[in-house]
Design a protein around this ligand. Sequence first.
Ligand code: NAD
Ligand code: IPM
Ligand code: MN
Length: 368
Amino acid sequence: MSTPSLLILPGDGIGPEVMAEVRKVIDWFGTARGMQFDVSEGLVGGAAYDAHGAPLSDETMERAQQADAVLLGAVGGPKYDQLDFSVKPERGLLRLRKEMDLFANLRPAQCFDALADFSSLKRDVVSGLDIMIVRELTSGVYFGEPRGIHTEGNERVGINTQRYTEGEIARVARSAFELARKRGNKVCSMEKANVMESGILWRDVVTEVHAAEYPDVELSHMYADAGAMQLCRWPKQFDVIVTDNLFGDLLSDAAAMLTGSLGMLPSASLGAPMANGRPKALYEPVHGSAPDIADQGKANPIACILSFAMAMRYSFDAGDEATRLEKAVETVLADGLRTADLLGEEGRTPVSTSQMGDAIVAALDASA
Ligand code: NAD
Ligand code: IPM
Ligand code: MN
């Protein structure tokens, strides 16, 4: 195989800070494991807007389409809050997801044992937790038409439309069932079929795909509001959760806190297989640009580093190396290293973003 290409888009706020730590990890895999990547960088979000007046240039979009995988930091920040909606940093990320047709967003929430006491929930509730949220990412209320802000009579009206086709629901359902077969073999589908027609269709199509293609997988359905409650009450009842774009956004942030911090959660956004059999893919932490802690060396780089582990697993056929990296993160946490977001009331001294990255590389060294 020729050297796989990896396009890195650090973005804004803490994006470049956490990405600098991922670069150390990528270099380590090159030197110590002989895994070469053809790495290039580009601009997205506010950084791209500052450079060329758009949150993603056509040229960067094309490079993303050609890359074997894209790794993104985070976009957005208060500096860009007043920009016109069409050029806001977040539009750059949404364009990548839509034009690459990355319909299945995998958001695993795993609780590392060393952090089980740090979660806002009791140790019992979170220890050993390993769930996978599969969020539909290219449709639903994020993209449905009509949309916009209009004036009706003497007042403004804001409109967004939740819209799903059967095909869109069926393909993300298949992703969830396929993943479940490799894990705990259970899928829980979440919608609000009690109040939304799109929810009724969602439930019907998931049920049909299950009956026709995945009868061996255990399927259950839950209203998304009840699902949010169950995620906090007893999250270990879940294996794979499949849900729409907006519910998935909310539920995955909630799931992040089960693991201790938003700074811990990676994600993979996958599309249909390319000619080489691998999916189009973008990997990114679930967190945002965290303007409140940007440029202070406080950001936790683990979510972004674990996103690179997901890239090794899903794009580079290197599941063993992904596991090696995940174990290195586990080791460092077990050794007691904590960035500020993981400290709580424990009274330890936090390590900086780069100290955390260095420690993970040192743990990798020890594993080789
Ligand atoms: P956020 O995820 O940026 O931050 C929420 C809270 O979590 C903050 O207190 C932050 O300090 C903390 N946090 C997040 N990541 C952390 C990390 N790695 N280490 C330590 N602490 C971390 O969400 P927000 O404040 O609602 O949004 C800020 C900006 O980011 C907005 O412009 C938003 O649109 C954008 N955003 C981007 C993405 C993305 O690029 N994928 C995701 C979410 C939000
Ligand atoms: C996420 C973010 C994005 C979303 C924003 C930044 C467009 O919150 O990736 O979870 O809403 O999907
Ligand atoms: Mn979100």
